[in-house]
Design a binder for this molecule. Structure first.
Ligand SMILES: Nc1ncnc2c1ncn2[C@@H]1O[C@H](COP(=O)(O)OP(=O)(O)OP(=O)(O)O)[C@@H](O)[C@H]1O
Length: 216
């Protein structure tokens, strides 16, 4: 008998609207379990980022419930502002310490991720000088400093070159293999097909199962 593990995060009957807005999400039911990599598709403005923010606990549903909310959560937002004068390595080390790592572990982990993602110019580069793709590498590294039980990625391939894109695929697979759950948004179907174990689509505020499961 196969035992289905409990969801890492679960949304039950979630709806979201902003003042005077149409409902962005309606009656969304979604469960992401350990080892799953779930892709959320949908057109511009469909509500994908809204869904991720709710799953992250950053935005409250107007109705419905979110259960789970494990720690640590890794979250890469659709826009990562990095205007600081700090270096990439200094910034990530600082964040790692805030998240409970010792100073040298935080620095080692930050350096390892930046090297793996091949941050151009290296970790000493000031954040505000980084190109879009290199800023995205820092955004990804901050989400992975502490191995997340839930990894939420909003269009994580945006701006990445091919090599870094492949590394991202490996990092996502690594989180899932370690028993983490991953929920990501993406428009490019080839990236979804190569990465996701399940696909959902948001249309009219409702979640529609993609129906297709791609074997890894
Ligand atoms: N704070 C807010 N106040 C009012 N409306 C908002 C707010 N945040 C998002 N919206 C609206 O909610 C809708 C869904 O936005 P969301 O960013 O979730 O879409 P998305 O599917 O991620 O879009 P894209 O693919 O363009 O990134 C949009 O119409 C947007 O304008």
């Amino acid at each position: 008998m196969t035992v289905v593990p409990p969801p890492v995060v679960e949304l039950r009957g979630v709806a979201k609207w902003y003042r005077r807005s149409r409902p962005i999400l309606r009656d969304v039911h979604l469960a992401v379990r350990p080892g799953e990599v779930v892709a959320v598709l949908g057109g511009n403005g469909a509500g994908k980022s809204t869904l991720l923010r709710i799953a992250a606990g950053l935005s409250r549903p107007s109705t419905g419930r979110v259960t789970g909310g494990p720690r640590p959560i890794g979250y890469v937002p659709d826009r990562f502002a990095a205007h600081q004068h700090m270096s990439a390595l200094g910034y990530l080390t600082h964040l790692g310490r805030i998240r409970g790592l010792g100073g040298s572990t935080a620095q080692r982990q930050a350096a390892r991720l930046l090297e793996r993602l091949a941050l151009v110019g290296g970790g000493r580069s000031a954040l505000r000088t980084l190109s879009k793709g290199n800023t995205q590498k820092v955004a990804l590294a901050q989400a992975l400093l502490v191995p997340p039980r839930l990894l939420l990625l909003d269009e994580p391939w945006a701006g990445l070159d091919t090599a870094a894109g492949r590394v991202l695929g490996d990092l996502i697979a690594g989180v899932a293999a370690a028993g983490g759950a991953v929920l990501f948004t993406e428009h490019r179907t080839e990236l979804v097909a190569a990465t996701a174990t399940a696909v959902l689509e948001i249309a009219d505020g409702r979640i529609h199962p993609g129906g297709h499961r791609w074997a890894r």
